[in-house]
Design a protein around this ligand. Structure first.
Ligand SMILES: [Fe+2]
Ligand SMILES: [Fe+2]
Length: 177
């Protein structure tokens, strides 16, 4: 089963899957499941969420949906703990790049080592943290991920809290009945 947050669609049965199957089935990409991301999810699921919504929006606007889907899966392809990186950086006396500036380049290097990455995908991956980083996206698809990445992060953080609130509401309703 492969779903994006907020969607009940089985992604392996959609045209979307044709564009990203090689990435999703890669063992190293699957390894992202071992990294917690945005408190309640893992990095693999976050990348699936971003990839699918990137794809839908770019397809709707007749943009390069395939590159948007592929780059969405690859945009956070890094294998370190974000909190640890930030802690080490804070304590270090050396000038270490911020995580926001650092991880898109790490992700691109890892992506290029595993897959053929085109110019649109490269731009999407390296600029996805804009405007927290300086360089603006060169392509429209790059602006889509800027929004989708933040939207998915917000959903991922809020989803468990909303689930808990709904459970509490149901319990209260039962008690009142
Ligand atoms: Fe990121
Ligand atoms: Fe992300």
């Amino acid at each position: 089963m492969l779903h994006a947050i907020g969607s009940k669609k089985e992604l392996t049965e959609l045209e979307y899957y044709v564009y990203v199957a090689d990435i999703l089935e890669n063992e190293l990409v699957q390894g992202l499941k071992n990294y917690r991301h945005h408190i309640s999810t893992n990095r693999f699921q976050h990348c699936v969420n971003v990839s699918y919504y990137n794809y839908l929006i770019c397809r709707f606007f007749h943009l390069d949906a395939a590159s948007a889907a592929r780059a969405g899966l690859l945009h956070d392809l890094y294998y370190y703990d974000t909190k640890t990186y930030r802690k080490v950086r804070r304590r270090s006396s050396e000038a270490i790049q911020s995580h926001n500036a650092h991880h898109p380049n790490v992700a691109l290097n890892n992506a290029c080592a595993l897959f053929a990455v085109n110019a649109v995908e490269e731009d999407i991956i390296t600029k996805h943290m804009w405007p927290l980083t300086k360089a603006r996206p060169q392509y429209k698809e790059g602006y889509v991920i800027v929004v989708v990445d933040k939207y998915c992060a917000a959903l991922e953080v809020l989803a468990p809290k909303m689930r808990m609130a709904m459970q509490k509401l149901r319990r209260l309703k039962k008690q009142a009945a």
